[in-house]
Design a protein around this ligand. Sequence first.
Ligand code: UDP
Length: 443
Amino acid sequence: MMHDQPVPDTALCRPLRIAMLSLHSSPIGALGSRDTGGMSVYVRELSRALGARGDRVDIYTQGTSTATHTVTLYENVRLVYLSIGARDEIPKQALYPHINLFYEQLEAFRRSERLRYDLIHSHYWLSGWLGLRAQKTWHVPHAMTFHTLGAVKNMVGVQPPESPQRIAAEQILCRHCTAIIVGSRREARYLEQLYKTAPQQIFIIPCGVNRDRFYRKDRQGARKRLGFTASERIVLYVGRLDPLKGACQLIEVLGHLKNVNNVRLVIVGGGAENEGEKAALEQQAQCLQVHDRVRFAGRVDQTELPLYYSAADVVAVPSQYESFGLVMLEALSCGTPVVAMPVGAAEEIIQNPVAGAIIQDGSLRTFAHAIARFLENGKAAPENEIMRRASVARYDWRLIAARIRAVYQRLIALGRYGWMISDQLPAYPVACEPPALVCDRLL
Ligand code: UDP
């Protein structure tokens, strides 16, 4: 049985001490740039909500100064910059060989502060790899959230294949971490089918949304602030300019909407490092003769995003892979409908035709029809906007963090009073052994 229900809040009543590992991406990094997106939001919001409940959370990420140091982010939440002496941020593709060094820094910091954590929660396979090592030494449960899975990316196939090292590491993590938290039923199925993960190891808890940030603003006021006219029909895309996120598909969709007057596609996301991707999208728009209908807004600070969501008629999520789909929640929380490919938690989030449409056949023509429906009706009646916002009330981060915390409590209780999980870790299964570097001495 897979767990998709909250677990009773009875296992431990005192505040918890949690080591949150987010090595490649800082929770306060520039959202919408190459490697910084939903995972940073997840780590930041979850930690903040846990801290507000009284738990003590240390988020570990890579630092670029000469010594490991900490910054207080929120009440009870610290960000620990682990230093291995690198002056520049190490890109995620190059981090793996340094994991042992990061572990040494992590352990030195923990010892110097005399910290005893109740639980580790790792994010993305690289941090999972770090967490696996800490799990073995600290004898505490290790919860893992992958955010994306290499095997699924390879299955989608729009990018160069993920390294065998990543796939093998993910397989090992699936076997040895205590629990895996996923944001959608689809992601749970991927884990079962592609990684043979035991269903009882998987907890389905959706991602949250910050409803204090994402709420409806006056539509015309928002348009004025952003330089859009009242008559424009705005389709909004928000996300990194990564091929998996499908901005290029959306340009093609725009090509199918030539008969609809006054359509404008607004693309939010992508930093200076994405000039190549942006140029390719511009060229594609030129070829399809829709370039005058596209506006690139660049990376937008998240505090400004509610203006964009409120100004838009519809938000498009053309992704080929999402482990969850934060943007869908943010849009609905601002009262704006969503048209999405069947990815991540789309089916769980978009539950009626007022909230939006899911394009089950994956066709761009169908996608365009669905968009046109919302453009013709505009956002329609104010009660629809209220309904959309209400439909995501259950995703409020405070509620989601409480559910994740209940899983933590359960794992801690099992470790203490059930079996000592980390003592049971076997040596590497030969078939899964990753090919290089730190792996052979890890466990
Ligand atoms: N975002 C942002 N500014 C931007 C683009 C994105 O603040 O210019 C935020 C957006 O609000 C969302 C996150 O980045 O919370 C992207 O989430 P998504 O799930 O699409 O990211 P991924 O996991 O694919 O990186």
